[in-house]
Design a protein around this ligand. Structure first.
Ligand code: 1HN
Length: 363
């Protein structure tokens, strides 16, 4: 504590002051100097703690929900992940929510829309699909799909598919904190599909090509699905020709193809590739992220704590926590998917980043 610094509160405790604080409290008021050092920390102090959720621990429990509840009764058949420091707001880290949703072939959850933005990252199974504002999107392993705020959406698994598990990511805690959340159920329960299947991919996923005559005024990406195949291929090509980032290896942000900006106004996402044996240097920044291991195994050091991860494990990095990542294999690359609140940090002018001078943290 540096309470004796000029400009920081440093007031003695006296019976007279204590009585004064009591009087202010009865008027629903308070003396700023009693809280100033707490509400104005020297630097961000995340209430979230670094966490790793092992898929091996969670998977059987996620599958058990299939027998316990129907999507109709549960609304969403989801096991959500809780940060011990953020239980009160149901966040996995910061103001971000995440959960694992499971569905059997032939099941569909009813259509709805809400003010929070959402995404899915497909973990296992075949035949999953999402319908977003009349666009039906087919989904495979490691595909990433958007359900931007305000869009009607529902998810299901085709009758000829297999049991599917995917990760949901939402900014629900953020939108609730902003007291701006609305939720509506679609009048039809399942919306009509109004476009050819996967039309947004055919229109907007061509590499560095922009279709003629497209008018798009919405704040989110018009491309709703980012497939694993081309994403991985792009990362491999990039990693072969560029050193990438000293802190992240070969990392590429998923973007709105029309603007180059983030996929949604409040949630950004990226996939990074760590080359065989690669260990990145430590940095920290404002903004937090939820990661899922899309490929390989390795470890991350987060705020001085080592977390060993394997495929499908989920971990989080709180705001302003030092972090570095390492591929645990000398022969295979490792890939980390992440979603984050960086668009919020950047658009509000709150983004700040710092490298650790020693390069690597002690554990
Ligand atoms: C939601 O709409 C979905 O659409 C999943 O599948 C999880 C968690 C909180 C609020 C809305 C979905 C959600 C959610």
């Amino acid at each position: 504590m540096r309470e004796d610094v000029a400009g920081r509160a440093n007031v003695e405790d006296t019976p007279e002051l204590r009585a004064y604080y009591g009087e202010l409290g009865r008027l629903d008021a308070g003396a700023l100097w009693t809280v100033a050092n707490t509400i104005e920390p020297w630097e961000p102090k995340s209430a979230s703690v670094p966490m790793l959720w092992r898929y091996g621990d969670l998977r059987a429990h996620v599958l058990r929900a299939l027998d316990l509840v129907t999507p109709e009764r549960a609304g969403r058949r989801v096991v959500y992940l809780v940060n011990p420091g953020r239980r009160d707001v149901a966040a996995a880290v910061g103001w971000l929510y995440t959960g694992l949703q499971v569905m059997n072939p032939g099941e569909v959850a009813s259509s709805h829309r809400h003010s929070s933005s959402a995404l899915r990252f497909i973990m296992e199974g075949a035949g999953a699909y999402t319908v977003v504002d009349g666009h039906r999107i087919t989904l495979g392993r490691n595909d990433f799909v958007l359900t931007p705020n305000g869009t009607w959406h529902e998810h299901g698994v085709a009758a000829e598919g297999t049991t599917c598990i995917w990760q949901d990511g939402l900014d629900i805690p953020l939108v609730n904190a902003m007291e701006a959340n609305f939720f509506e159920v679609h009048p039809k329960l399942v919306q009509d599909v109004g476009f050819p299947v996967d039309d947004t991919s055919a229109t907007f996923a061509a590499p560095a090509l922009r279709p003629e005559g497209v008018a798009w005024g919405k704040p989110h990406s018009p491309l709703l699905k980012y497939e694993w195949g081309p994403t991985y291929e792009s990362l491999v090509r990039y990693a072969a020709k560029s050193a990438g980032s000293p802190f992240d290896g070969a990392l590429m942000h998923y973007t709105n193809p029309l603007t180059g900006g983030p996929v949604m106004p409040t949630i950004g996402a990226a996939m990074q590739l760590l080359r065989p044996g690669e260990a990145t240097r430590a940095h920290r920044h404002t903004g937090c992220a939820v990661y899922q291991v899309a490929k390989g195994h390795g470890y991350s050091v987060i705020a001085g704590q080592r977390f060993d991860w394997g495929e499908r494990d989920i971990f989080c990095v709180p705001s302003w926590a030092w972090h570095e990542h390492a591929n645990g294999s000398a022969g295979e690359d490792a890939c980390l998917f992440q979603f984050n609140d960086l668009p919020v940090m950047r658009s509000l002018g709150l983004y700040r980043e710092e490298a650790l001078s020693d390069g690597y943290q002690g554990v």
